[in-house]
Design a binder for this molecule. Structure first.
Ligand SMILES: CC(=O)SCCNC(=O)CCNC(=O)[C@H](O)C(C)(C)COP(=O)(O)OP(=O)(O)OC[C@H]1O[C@@H](n2cnc3c(N)ncnc32)[C@H](O)[C@@H]1OP(=O)(O)O
Ligand SMILES: CC(C)C(=O)C(=O)O
Length: 498
């Protein structure tokens, strides 16, 4: 059975741009419009031309720049709005006027102080007026989500009779449950005599987090256009997210619905909109969030590494993300650690892996995320697990007005030794404390401490150079505590001398 097409009506530049702080200039809007064209959207709602000279100009320029998608301009059921929209759309290859009026009891009573019959008359008059200028006229029944279904059917039938090519049934306040919204669309399919002459469109807001679910309920029940935005931006809690509805339809083959979206362009378009609108995408946002394809717990990572589909329903490449990621944290297991170390060129046997894993967990408990350079540091350290002199404990007193003092316990030749010494700083005190135990004649020639600079919780890496009897020995360690790292690096070098 061939799939039915669902038209994607993108309103990022109209409903999305209504978000405080997300306003774009004309050049930025053209950039987004061109990206939407490449993405494959069918309709771009470019703006509300009567609202300001800037918006007027943007719709003109977008109409000139974009050739494939239909360019749509929003209006109220007001003649002047429609005239202005018609004027800008003269430049569009495929123009559409989107006009409409509020249809819920709240809108009819409070916004318009009108009767339902008067609202129907204004709706019909607006559609007829728009038809004078363009063939393609979409009618929106604002707040249809809270409107009485019988009244909605009546107004929808009247505007289709007046020439509307698309009827938009917005859940303006994001109130509906998916079952209610789906039934509303079905009700229109079954109770509007001329419904087959128009396409039914969904336009669902996300006030209860149900925008995607409601839009999908809409198409399951017969709507064939979804209004949506990149990253789900829009008035208040946002609009339906384009990437979500498109990927729901692509993933659920049983729905038998398709869109003309080039899904590989989803991620780049999401980033472009986020950057230009200065609107970060939440990390856990479906499809395009930073964590949407990131696996961070051991059981998931192990399953994912055995077979991607164990924990992924979408291949990230399908949406333009090059690969999934494995984030190493204290919740990661050996499988993930082994995998990452292998990508860094380390092949470990089980014993080595167990040893590094123990060190890894110690570090991961202190840091939020373990990066490759942390692992390189750990591996440098792990290679020396079997050093002759082991640090058992270290306690340092330091700070302003304190005499830097270190007490150290080290294990050497099966015995534990303790020493305490002062110094001109905590590192000097710790090295002096070691010298009270390991008395071999050595010179600490060089001590290099550097941090990996991801923040104050990062690891310090320490390299030392120790001279003994004319020969130079190198020691290395890494630790979130740089004094401990320094002593370990020093003991690493001494282990090669004694
Ligand atoms: C559901 C949506 O419409 S989403 C789009 C929302 N986007 C915007 O509002 C942005 C663009 N809006 C604007 O720039 C301005 O609000 C304008 C230019 C449209 C109107 O500005 P103003 O003339 O100053 O009116 P104001 O915004 O204060 O009030 C809106 C008026 O439009 C009326 N109105 C609202 N919706 C409609 C409609 N669909 N059809 C007819 N009239 C409407 C209101 O009843 C009110 O009229 P009133 O002053 O007679 O009570
Ligand atoms: C103008 C209409 C489509 C709208 O944005 C809404 O009802 O939310």
């Amino acid at each position: 059975m061939s799939k039915e097409k669902v038209y994607i009506f993108d309103t990022t530049l109209r409903d999305g741009e209504q978000v405080p702080g997300c306003q774009l200039n004309t050049i930025e809007k053209i950039e987004v419009a061109l990206a939407l064209e490449k993405l494959g959207v069918d309709i771009i709602e470019a703006g509300f031309p009567i609202s300001s000279p800037g918006d007027f100009n943007s719709v003109v320029e977008i109409s000139k720049a974009v050739s494939e998608p239909t360019i749509c301009a929003l209006t109220r059921a007001v003649e002047k709005d429609i005239e202005v929209a018609a004027e800008v759309l003269r430049y569009a290859k495929h123009p559409r006027i989107h006009t409409g009026i509020g249809v819920s009891p709240y809108h009819i009573k409070y916004k318009f102080n009108a009767t339902p019959e008067e609202v129907i008359q204004r709706a019909v008059a607006a559609v007829k007026y728009a038809k004078r200028f363009v063939e393609d006229v979409e009618f929106y029944a604002e707040d249809a989500g809270r409107a009485d279904n019988r009244f909605l059917a009546k107004i929808v039938e009247a505007v289709i009779g007046a020439g509307a090519t698309v009827v938009n049934i917005p859940d303006t306040t994001g109130y509906c449950l998916p079952s209610e919204y789906g039934s509303k669309i079905l009700f229109l399919k079954e109770n509007v005599s001329n419904i087959d002459k128009a396409i039914i469109s969904t336009h669902c807001h996300n006030d209860l987090g149900l925008a995607t679910a409601n839009s999908i309920a809409g198409v399951i029940n017969g709507a064939r256009q979804i209004e949506c935005t990149i990253n789900g931006i829009g008035e208040r809690a946002g609009n339906t997210s384009l990437e979500e509805v498109v990927m729901v339809m692509k993933s659920h083959k049983g729905l038998n619905l398709e869109t003309s979206i080039n899904t590989k362009k989803i991620f780049p378009t999401s980033r472009l909109v986020s950057t230009l609108m200065r609107m970060p995408v939440q990390a856990n946002k479906a499809i395009v969030g930073r964590n949407a394809f990131a696996h961070s717990s051991g059981i998931h990572q192990d399953g994912f590494l055995k077979n991607r589909e164990t924990y992924e329903i979408i291949n990230p490449k399908q949406v333009g993300i090059s690969e999934s990621s494995i984030v190493l944290t204290a919740r990661s297991g050996r499988a993930a650690l082994k995998h990452r170390l292998a990508t860094l060129g380390y092949k470990l046997d089980q014993k080595q892996l167990d040893d590094v894993y123990a060190e890894f967990l110690n570090l991961a408990d202190k840091k939020r995320e373990i990066h490759n350079d942390d692992l390189e540091a750990l591996m440098g350290k792990a290679a020396r697990f079997d050093r002759k002199i082991q640090l058992e404990s270290l306690q340092v007193i330091c700070g302003k007005s304190a005499i830097p003092t270190a007490t150290i316990r080290i294990k050497y030749e099966g015995q534990v030794w303790e020493g305490t010494e002062t110094g001109n700083g905590p590192i000097d005190a710790a090295i002096n404390a070691v010298k009270t135990i390991i008395t071999a004649k050595t010179t600490l020639e060089e001590l290099l401490i550097h941090t990996i600079t991801r923040g104050s919780d990062d690891m310090g890496k320490v390299h030392v150079q120790v001279e003994s009897k004319g020969k130079v020995f190198y020691g290395f360690s890494a630790n979130t505590d740089v004094i401990t790292a320094t002593v370990e690096a020093y003991l690493d070098a001494l282990s090669q001398i004694v």
